[in-house]
Design a protein around this ligand. Sequence first.
Ligand code: C2G
Length: 433
Amino acid sequence: MRYGRKGIGMTKVITYGTFDLIHYGHIRLLERAKKMGDYLIVGVTSDDYDKTRGKINNQQSLMERIAGVRETGLADEIIVEEYEGQKIDDIRRYEVDVFAIGSDWEGKFDYLNEYCKVVYLPRTEGISSTEIRAKKRKLTIGAIGESKLCQKFIREIQYVNGVEYKPCDESFEGVDAVYIVTHPEKHYEDVRRALQAGRHVICESPIAMSIAQIRELTQLAHEKHLILSDAVKTAYSTAYSRLLVTAKSGSIGNIVSVEATCTSLEDRVNDGENDLSQKQNSICAWGPTAMLPVFQLLGTRYREMKIVTRIIDDELNFDGFTKVDFTYDHATASIKVAKAAKAEGELIVAGTKGYIYVPAPWWKTDYFEVRFENQSENRRHFYQLDGEGIRYEIVAFAKAIERGKGNYYIDEKISEAITGVIEAFKEKRYERI
Ligand code: C2G
């Protein structure tokens, strides 16, 4: 059946979808939608919008999904769906007559009847992107190390299609990849064994305790065509990625300073009841996260670095509180990390025109603000954050393995720069307070 806008001009039809791994069911939907009018607009969901809808691991990128829709030859126009409520805007903007969607959405879009005709088309039985994804062999990931963090990681694996958890021991038998969260002093050995056994590795940062070690591991991973990835969940949060883009785009002018604070008292390292040898010190537990925005915004070539620390156990070189200052040619940075002190866990990026403020706890935030002298110019940005970023981290790791390409969220230079500071600390190149 065709529907016309008051009987004159051409009839415009619109439909929306993810169109991941485009298949017969999608094509039939598009064919029927096209037949309802003269002009078909297809809205393809952006990855960010899909994230907010709980679809986190499309196999194809937005560009690939758009190309899939274009190749059907059925769409007269392809647009990107980026936000909740966009459908009403699109219907108005493009003067749409018919909104068509599969019957799995029956009733969900009745509210659009106010703006145009809404039609639910019967869904094609027996085929779906989920099934196509599931037919591919699943990537198996094992986990070794501290049980609480392993449990968190294993729980998050369940949300990622195409990946499954399989228990493994230290021989890494029976898994394709392994998550390593042992004591940082053990990382180098564990990662090396895993790579030598031919396993892809995602390891809590720092991956090693010295530059020489991290270089050796990176080299080994390259030789064996394996992925070696730092696990710093913050790097994968949408709000954090957008913050980097905002800061780099010049909207706050030139960056002059980055200040990041990360503290936690949950390990009760202060009260002497704990065996500190089993715990990560402050710089290992928090340093990599705090250094991430510094190196990602200002680069890794600082002119000077100074560590000031409050050691609570000399033998173990265990710091209760540490501050690291970096001097760059045109900027400064400072991180404060602690497991035996508490401070406001915020991130501030200062620029020559304005600044970015992320409230505590900035490392698992879904929100940041861009602030200016003139308050009316301030902007607030909200993004969805599921599973503290861990599930996005797993998606990125699985994609890197599938594509055989490294992790572009935390590149090797940054991994090395983080290790450089950890090494300086280990060698006690610091001032004590
Ligand atoms: N479809 C179908 N038959 C199938 C599979 C999908 O008819 N076997 C239809 C869906 O009903 C939808 C379109 O193909 O109309 C695209 O499906 P998806 O890629 O799964 O996208 P979806 O999550 O349904 O996106 O806000 C609404 C969304 O944009 C719709």
